[in-house]
Design a protein around this ligand. Structure first.
Ligand SMILES: [Zn+2]
Length: 98
């Protein structure tokens, strides 16, 4: 599964058009909340499932998105956080809990 097109919509959603023709919208807030990097994963583990992080504007605004190999994208947030590598298979099955 590969994205044909990835774009930001209204600065709050990420739209992904997959090569099977399906379109997916994921809010940036949820993407940040489920950032797959080691630091954020550890933080979520520590805080537990009921943890609801409060984000500042620059933590949920995207500075840039770059492709990583042919399997993932890397998102650079406005606050400088850029260690999250979002694999396509992760994004394709993205079902945020709350
Ligand atoms: Zn992270």
């Amino acid at each position: 599964m590969q994205p044909k097109k990835i774009k930001l919509v209204d600065g709050i959603n990420l739209m992904i058009l997959w090569n099977d023709g399906s379109e997916e919208y994921i809010s940036l807030k949820n993407l940040r909340k489920h950032c797959p990097c080691a630091t954020c994963s550890a933080e979520r583990d520590k805080q537990g499932k009921k943890y609801i992080p409060l984000y500042t504007e620059n933590q949920i605004s995207v500075r840039s998105i770059s492709q990583v190999g042919n399997y993932a994208i890397q998102i650079r947030w406005q606050d400088g956080h850029d260690t999250g590598i979002y694999e396509y298979k992760f994004l394709k099955n993205f079902q945020p809990v709350g």
